[in-house]
Ligand binder design. Structure first.
Ligand code: PMP
Length: 358
């Protein structure tokens, strides 16, 4: 029996993907071994990684002028490697901060030298994307970094700015959930463990001309140009995670691609937000136009009921609803692999709970 999994990450994976991986685990392609046990330089593995990249390019309409790199270290390591690779000379990277992850990103840049916050909504509790004017970006800017979907705060950009400097986006919790135009960005990156596959894999999509900025004197395994030139095989990659991500991409194509996912994700989010807004017992603090469709935090009218809510939810197979330790309350993460039926089950439970204790 599979439970309803609202985990923020590592998060739910599509059941058919896990079933396929299970069926192939001991004996993949009648080779008598699993994918985990073959060389990353063998042709069968090269076929896996090439197919994964091709399917991703198809799903996201990624033009040839962008490199796709499979690497490791999580999105957090990218907070630093971005700086190492793309900040030249006296340039400074700029940040718009609409939540906890964007704040961490700028702090990591500052550890290495410089990181400038152009606008932040921290003062008002990260309940919105701060107002900003792209004309305010200084001339010495290396790039502008944004987090289109803030996983902890449930705050999402409602439009993507067009800029004169490279735009870099941490799309860890929104990649593949809605149609985007890659051409709006110079670089996207994401930890895999939400909408891509298992933890241990990090995805970079970067305009190839930017790779000219990568200096030679940084560790090779962190150097975007070298990773690209080695076709993501500079050293041993997270091969099983890449295989599973490939299965997720195949599953997404079978579902009708990102457009179909976006439509379903809109319906899921609408169902949950209407349940929250239609009640005096539940509350979501985010300004409506900036509400995330992937991560929906909410509080109960009486916080002392939180443990009971979580306990009873879990008994009904509704898992991982506890909010992030920083923000408290509840949070439902409803990524691509979370079915509409899971959101229905959550909403039914919330209504029953309110009737009993509200
Ligand atoms: N950025 C965002 C938007 C995230 O949601 C997360 C993880 N929840 C991270 C960065 C950090 O990712 P990782 O654990 O892969 O370093």
């Amino acid at each position: 029996m599979r439970n309803h999994n609202f985990s923020a990450g590592p998060a739910a994976l599509p059941t058919p993907v896990l079933e396929k991986a299970q069926a192939e685990l001991l004996d993949w392609q009648s080779r008598g071994v699993s994918v985990m046990e073959i060389s990353h330089r063998s042709q069968p593995f090269l076929d896996i990684i090439h197919k994964a990249e091709a399917d991703l390019r198809q799903l996201m309409s990624i033009p040839d002028k962008y490199a796709v790199i499979f690497t490791q270290g999580g999105a957090s390591l990218q907070f630093s490697t971005l700086y190492m690779n793309l900040v030249a000379g006296t340039q400074t990277p700029d940040y718009i901060v609409n939540g906890v992850w964007g704040k961490k990103a700028v702090q990591e840049a500052q550890l290495l030298g410089r990181g400038r916050v152009l606008a932040s909504s921290e003062q008002s509790g990260f309940h919105s994307v701060p107002d900003f004017n792209v004309a305010d970006i200084p001339d010495d800017s290396a790039y502008l970094h944004i987090t289109p979907n803030e996983t902890i705060n449930g705050v999402a950009f409602d439009h993507i700015p067009s800029l004169k400097v490279p735009l870099i986006a941490d799309v860890s919790s929104s990649i593949l959930s809605e149609v985007i135009d890659i051409n709006d960005y110079s670089m996207l990156y994401a930890g895999a463990q939400k909408n891509i596959g298992p933890a241990g894999l990090t995805l970079l999509i970067i305009r190839k001309d930017l790779l000219q900025r990568c200096p030679d004197n940084i560790p090779s395994t962190l150097n975007y140009l070298k990773l690209f030139q080695a076709e993501s095989l500079l050293n041993t990659p997270s091969s099983f995670a890449i295989y599973l991500a490939g299965l997720v991409f195949e599953w997404l194509i079978d579902q009708g691609g990102v457009q179909a996912m976006e439509e379903l994700n809109n319906k899921k989010a609408q169902l949950l937000y209407s349940a929250i807004d239609g009640s005096d017992f539940y509350h979501n603090p985010v300004e409506k136009r900036y509400r995330s469709k992937m991560n929906i935090p909410f509080t109960l009218a009486q916080a002392e009921l939180d443990p009971l809510f979580l306990e009873q939810a879990e008994k009904q197979g509704l898992l991982a609803l506890k909010g992030h330790r920083i923000s408290g309350g509840m949070r439902a993460s409803i990524y691509n692999a979370v079915p509409y039926a899971s959101v229905e089950a959550l909403v039914n439970f919330m209504q029953e709970f309110e009737q009993q204790y509200g």
